[in-house]
Structure formats: C-alpha cells, structure tokens
Design a binder for this molecule. Sequence first.
Ligand code: ADP
Length: 502
Amino acid sequence: MRINPINGIMPGCQAIINHKADRQIQTSNRITDLNALNKNYNQLNFRGVSSKESLDYVLKIPLEDRLASMFEKVEKGDLILVGEKLSNAKTKMLESISSIDETIKRVFFLPEKKYKGYVGFFINKDWDKEVINLNNSEIKLIDAETLKSDILTPHDSYYVYENDLMLIPGNYDTLQIKEKPKVDLSGFRKNFCKAVDFSSLEKAEVEKFNRKIVSQLSREAKEVSNKVTFKDVGGQDALITELKRSILYPIKYPEMYDTFDVNKGFILYGPAGTGKTHIARALANEADANFISLNGLEMESKWVGESEENWRNLFDEARQKQPSIMFIDEIDAIGKSRGGSDTYGDKVLNQMLTLISDLDSSRDNIFIIGATNNFKALDKALIRSGRLSKHLEVKLPDRDGVKQIFEIHSGKKPLDKKIDKEALIDRLYDLKASGADIRYVINEAHVMGYDRAGIHEKMENGTITARDKHNFRITQEDFDKAIDKFVETRNGTDRKPIGFKG
Ligand code: ADP
C-alpha cells in the first residue's frame, strides 16, 4: 500500500522528510556524536568494564548505527528485536509471530531505552529485511526513494531498504534504516547485543524431519512391494481365472457388463491354509478395490447386541468406498444353519441376508466373499441364488502347485545350491501340505539354519556382523529338520494343516 508523502502528520518528522538539508543536519549531528564516542571506544578496554557500565556506554551509540552494524552481520533467518526490555520484546514478538513464515535461526536483542516502542527486523530467505511492528499502534514508514509513506499496522511486517524512515510509536521517534554504521562497531557487537543461536536446533529439527520423510519413503515402498497380487498365489490358476472373470473384470471394465446380471456373492470353501484369504486380498489389490476383511468367529464374540447396526455401517462404508470387496473368513460362524437355540446368530444372519439381497439388486460395485472350511454347515438361505450363490472350491495344491508355492515363498531366501528342491517338493506334496504349510516349512528351515550356523548365539552376544548374514545359507539339513518338525506337530494336532495365517 502506498500513500501520499506525509506533510506535517507527525510532529518532529516533517522537517526530516521534507527538507533534505535538515536531514543532513540531523545526520551530521549523529556523526559528531558517534565520532566522539568512537574516540572513547578507542581508549576503552571493555574487558575491564562491568557489563552494566559497558551497556551504558554502548547505549549512547545511536540505535541506527548499532542496528546497521547488526545488518552487516546478519544472515537469512536472523531476527533482531529492538526495545527497552528483552522480556517485553519476547512477549510482543510472540504476539506477532505469524508475520514470519520462515524458521528463525538466530535472535539478537538490541536494548534501546530512548524509544518506547518495540520492533523486530527479520532477514528472510531472499536476504530482504522485513520490519515487524510489535506494538498495538501503527508505525509510519517513509520510503527513502519516493518519500511516500506507508502504514504498518500492529503485528504486521513490511520490507525496508536503506534510508527508509520509521516513526516508532510512543514519542514518534524516527529511526532511519542504514546498511553501514558511521564507524566500525564490529568489535563491540557483543557489548550491545544479546544473541541466541538456534541454527543447530533447527538443523537437528530439519534432520529429524528429513529422517522421518526418508523412512516413510522406504515404508511406503515396502508397502507397495508387500502388496500381494495374483503372482504371489501358487497352484490356483483355475480359481484365479474364475475370480478374474467374475469379479476383477466387472470392477475394472463395468461398461462391458452393463447388460449382465453380475453375481455379487461368493463362497470360497476348502481346507484351512489353502490361501482363501490370500487370494481374496490379491484380488482386491489387482482390482484396486477397498478390502474389508472380517472374521465370522470374531464378529460373533465382539458384536453381540449391536450387530445389526454394525452390519449396516459396514455396508455403508463399502458403498462409500466402492469398488469394495468384503471378505468374511469363517463365515460358518455366523451363517450356520438356523433353527437352533442360537437366536443371536439368527438375528445377525437375517440382517446379513437382507443386506446381501439388497446388494444383489443394486448396481453398487460391492462384492462379498465368504470363506469356510465347513461348507456343509452353511445355512441354505445364505448360499441360495441372489445371495452368496457362487461357490468355488479351493483345493490343496497339486504337485505343480506345491512347486509354484515353494518358489514364491523361498524366492528371497538364501538357499544352499546343493538343496534337492525336487525331492523336497515331492515330500511336501506327499504330505498334502497346504500353501500355509509350505510357507511354514520354509520359514522353519530358516530358523533351524540360524541355530546351526550359530546366528542366534551371535545375536545374543551382540557379535553379529553383515558378513554373517552374507555368508549364511539354508541347507538341506535345515529343511529335513523343518519337515520333521512339521510332521511331528501336525500329528500332534490331529493331522490338521498347521500353517500360519499371513
Ligand atoms: P486360508 O484363508 O485358506 O485359511 P490363508 O490365505 O490364510 O489360507 O493362508 C495363509 C498364508 O499361507 C497366506 O498368507 C500365504 O502366505 C500362504 N499361502 C496359502 N496358500 C497359498 C498359495 N496358494 N500360494 C501362495 N501362498 C499361499
């Protein structure tokens, strides 16, 4: 904002602005003062002077010159506070802090008893000086080139350049911006200026922030690489083809299905650990769909009482985040045959059935996949047409499937070249191992290997090195032990697959 030059607006100011000669007189007065002081400086040894005395001396140097001496020294991010008391300057600066949108690296305090007002000078990233009005009244700024004046409202900031004049509230004292003091004051700065350096603090903060950003980057990269897709599923090619045609393509190419009755409900059934959850998750990732994963057993225990409302909320969420794939593992826990004494189960099932029926008749892009090891136990109403009506069997892998799954899960493991992989795969196939079992055996072999190679011990002693990791290989012996353990554990658990959930 530019306004007309002031003409007699401020007492004592008009002369300075309108009459160059007066300005010169004022300046020359100051020069004289300063010269006198300068002479004194030369005779003074500040080391021997108490800080109060030295302050009294330096306060006699005009503020303009002390400020100019600071301007010679300051850097980007520096803030100079001017005023009578440091504590007041600090409080007032806090009220005006929003006028600085860069980080303050160093703060200097210049005490000044003569002026009643408080001002701040900030050196921004372009090396411009910004003056900040820390007072509750306006400061008038007079542009040295145009002699026009601007109003700096309370807590606001404005650029200032050499020779600009400021009228500081209180006594309307004038302060001229100078780039250089009349005499070299650099040797005395520490006597007239208090400095607090925050640059190392800021560096530490920046470092902390950057570290966070970089680690986030690696986490995100990991998340992306951890996203399972169909290439992470072994031995289920026919099932994958079916899921692509029934769910993936209708989600990706809806225009190709506008005359189709797209089936929205599915049941995946088959032994535990065959990859039902794994496949559903891969499908959601392939379709870039929102994946809602539920567990029938958990729901039964967690949701008693409010389950109907929970179901409605879930379907609302699925609708809002379409396309959605809702996966309900162990669906038999809520979808078992009705008619028994389990009234809670009946209520939930009824609610679920209503919602699924509504879904079937809508054009919402929501698919529900229930998974169970016990297909026979499911309520007929749940699996009839218009509900979860498409039933896909997930079988234990054939020999080829075992090989594929073995490659998927051992791909990144350090395997000894002498391992007889084909024999291992034969053994796992003969044992009717599921995908989860194969993964378990591979990880267990890795653990056995760490034991054999003394890696666990070294980790315990803190003597582990990068070389240990580099030289380590999982051997045939480790796999043999892992398979023995797997057989033993499975026999002890009633011959059920023991693989773990991913
Ligand atoms: P289910 O849901 O049938 O009980 P999961 O999908 O929970 O089985 O399987 C557990 C883990 O076993 C998976 O996360 C995955 O790592 C592995 N797994 C199971 N089946 C396969 C498969 N066909 N291909 C690759 N990995 C599999």
